[in-house]
Design a protein around this ligand. Structure first.
Ligand SMILES: [Zn+2]
Ligand SMILES: [Zn+2]
Length: 178
């Protein structure tokens, strides 16, 4: 890759989750796909590093849902079947449609949200995964709720409820039952 900024911008296509270091050796354990089926990805792990429900206003709006279910994986553990083909990106801070990290990726056809991509991690949305059964889905159970102070629904499931991000700065724990 050269020093040309236009070329550099496309460098991400050569790295996970768009391209695995060795695609033939990638252990395809779980598959996720968007509603129309154009976007498909594989995971080489049975379970995420962590899973949370995010109740922030941004997630409520961008997902058109009361809260967002996010499962965290290393980028190396995810592989898109066709790279970034059929994906569109959205940078919520600048509100640009560019692959500018951190950003959200969605299907360009059916607009299903696929993941929030950070620098080293992805927060993917497990509702897209085809689980073999309840046991497999349970491995994605959430360990906490974040931005619970912005919630539109109470979820007294016994897991920690943070006012902001989990364990960060001014974020406080809220009671499970209001
Ligand atoms: Zn789609
Ligand atoms: Zn959120």
């Amino acid at each position: 890759m050269g020093d040309n900024p236009a070329t550099r911008q496309e460098d991400f296509l050569q790295k996970p989750p768009y391209r695995a270091a060795d695609p033939a050796a990638f252990n395809k354990k779980l598959q996720g796909s968007c509603h129309c089926g154009r976007v498909k990805y594989w995971l080489n792990k049975d379970q995420p590093l962590n899973a949370k429900f995010c109740h922030c206003r941004g997630c409520q709006v961008m997902h058109g849902a009361p809260f967002q279910w996010a499962a965290i994986f290393h980028k190396e553990d995810m592989m898109f079947e066709k790279g970034a083909e059929d994906l569109v990106f959205y940078q919520s801070e600048s509100r640009h449609l560019e692959h500018e990290l951190p950003c959200k990726a969605s299907c360009s056809h059916c607009r299903t949200p696929i993941m929030d991509e950070g620098r080293n991690m992805v927060l993917l949305f497990p509702t897209l995964i085809k689980f073999a059964g309840q046991k497999e889905r349970d491995l994605f159970s959430v360990k906490c709720h974040i931005f619970y102070s912005q919630r539109v629904v109470d979820i007294p499931d016994g897991t920690p409820k943070w006012t902001g991000l989990d364990g960060e700065g001014k974020s406080k724990l809220l009671d499970d039952l209001p």
